[in-house]
Design a protein. Structure first.
Length: 115
């Protein structure tokens, strides 16, 4: 099982970024997928989750209305569209799934929101 994030970077407040997570080594379409984030000095927190077929999503209150999680099961990829970014969104963003009862994480991608 491998999860590889991409798309992070430096963006100004109010800007947008789109993160991608390419999955391999398992039947992607059978599993819910999530994005977590960890800011400096803080615990890792759930940002968004999407069910296996993409029919249902849920968001942390802090990102609701600004972030959109989606997936393309044909491409084995999950996305996180982040709009109206704020400095407090600065964090390392991780892709996550629970595969056969085991937690699986990507290596993370840094998002920095600063002017």
């Amino acid at each position: 099982v491998q999860l590889v994030e991409s798309g992070g970077g430096l963006v100004q407040p109010g800007g947008s970024l789109r993160l991608s997570c390419a999955a391999s080594g398992f039947t992607f379409s059978n599993y819910d997928m999530s994005w977590y984030r960890q800011a400096p000095g803080k615990e890792r927190e759930l940002a968004a989750i999407i069910t296996s077929a993409g029919r249902s999503t849920n968001y942390a209150d802090s990102v609701k209305g600004r972030f959109t999680i989606s997936r393309d099961n044909a491409k084995n990829t999950v996305y996180l569209q982040m709009d109206s970014l704020k400095p407090e969104d600065t964090a390392v963003y991780y892709c996550y799934t629970r595969w056969r009862g085991y937690a699986r994480w990507g290596q993370g991608t840094q998002v920095t929101v600063s002017s």
